[in-house]
Design a protein around this ligand. Structure first.
Ligand code: COA
Length: 318
């Protein structure tokens, strides 16, 4: 599979650390030194669907393709307003895509876009295009009374158009089931006259053990990047760009040091985007692409990690 175009979308409102310091006991200095974040986009009306639709339109326009030729839509998200219909189905409607399509969502939290690409590579029909997205409206599940998590997350969407190709493409993935380190609870069950009421339900807002996630992230990023490079038969020194999940600049710095790769080869936009979960890798790809950073033939490694716990990496040639 080969990516032929990128697109992204985000809400207008940029919430700075200074804006948080007016409503929370926090500071720009604390947030920036611990995370690398200065501001993040927050929705004042956008949803995961509305942002996904704009990102998709951008990617379709950039590819210059006829949308009737899209045969697969995979959307990674944990913040769709509906359990069903999926974002992918709603995009089929809103973008006017053909009905003879395979459209579904992937729930792998911040690794979601990596999982979506890995799955799409197996499913993309010959002669058709795939629309692959990460879209998150994280502000709808953020606990704005928890200063250790709410300053981290932002909203946004990123999309790519891909086509079937013999170009090198390698995917590694992992999962380590854990509902304690990072979770977002579902709605409590409706009262059921045939079953006792549940003793408790997990909170519907995002909960995270920051240090637990930090250790996990560095460990699996290093492991999956090494593994995918080895499957591609490449030395890390031959990789032009590393585009990783933007959760914390210190996670990327730590992983770069352990991998022995100069930090300049790791794209970073966390300063202005925060952590946009499944959207972060495609938004980063689009930003790198839009600024002329990607050239045909470049060796690129994408890597993600997050809730599930999940992780994954992809090697591809641009
Ligand atoms: N402003 C000011 N102080 C804050 C704060 C904030 N926004 N958030 C937490 N603190 C305080 C804590 O209350 C604690 O105070 P105490 O020592 O008086 O108890 C102190 O800072 C240290 O908290 P701690 O949680 O140990 O900080 P940390 O150095 O681990 O940094 C994270 C917290 C969340 C930034 C860091 O753990 C992290 O980035 N983890 C990875 C998270 C991640 O990437 N998640 C997404 C995965 S997809």
């Amino acid at each position: 599979m080969k990516i032929i175009s990128t697109g992204s979308a985000a809400p207008e409102l940029a919430v700075t650390n200074e804006m948080f310091s007016r409503v929370l006991d926090t500071s720009d200095e604390w947030i920036f030194t611990r995370t690398g974040i200065r501001s993040r986009r927050i929705s004042t009306g956008d949803t995961a669907l509305s942002m996904a639709a704009r990102a998709a339109e951008n990617a379709i326009a950039a590819a210059g393709i006829d949308r009737a030729e899209i045969g697969l839509v995979v959307c990674a998200s944990v913040t769709n307003e509906y359990l069903t219909p999926s974002l992918a189905c709603l995009l089929q409607r809103d973008l006017g895509l053909p009905e003879s399509i395979l459209a579904f969502d992937v729930n792998a939290a911040c690794s979601g876009f990596i999982y979506a690409l890995g799955i799409a590579q197996q499913l993309i029909p010959a002669g058709k295009y795939a629309l692959l997205l990460g879209s998150e409206h994280l502000s709808r599940v953020t606990d704005y009374s928890d200063r250790s998590t709410c300053v981290l997350f932002g909203d946004g969407s990123g999309a790519v158009i891909a086509e079937k190709s013999d170009a090198p493409f390698h995917f590694v993935s992992g999962a380590r089931g854990d509902s304690g380190v990072l979770y977002i609870g579902a709605s409590p069950p409706s009262p059921n006259p045939f079953a006792p009421p549940p003793e408790s339900s997990p909170s519907k807002l995002l909960h995270m053990d920051g240090q637990g996630v930090f250790r996990f992230a560095v460990e699996v990023m290093v492991k999956s990047v090494r593994e995918v490079a080895s499957r591609a038969g490449k030395a890390l020194g031959e990789i032009t760009h590393f585009v990783c999940h933007q959760a914390n600049s210190r996670i990327i710095e730590n992983a770069a040091t352990r991998l022995g790769v100069p930090l300049e080869r790791f794209f970073m936009n966390i300063e202005t985007r925060g952590n946009t979960s499944a959207a972060s890798v495609p938004i980063a790809l689009d930003e790198l692409n839009a600024t002329g950073g990607l050239r045909r033939g470049d060796s690129v490694i994408l890597a993600g990690f997050g809730g599930g716990l999940t992780y994954g990496a992809i090697y591809l040639e641009w």
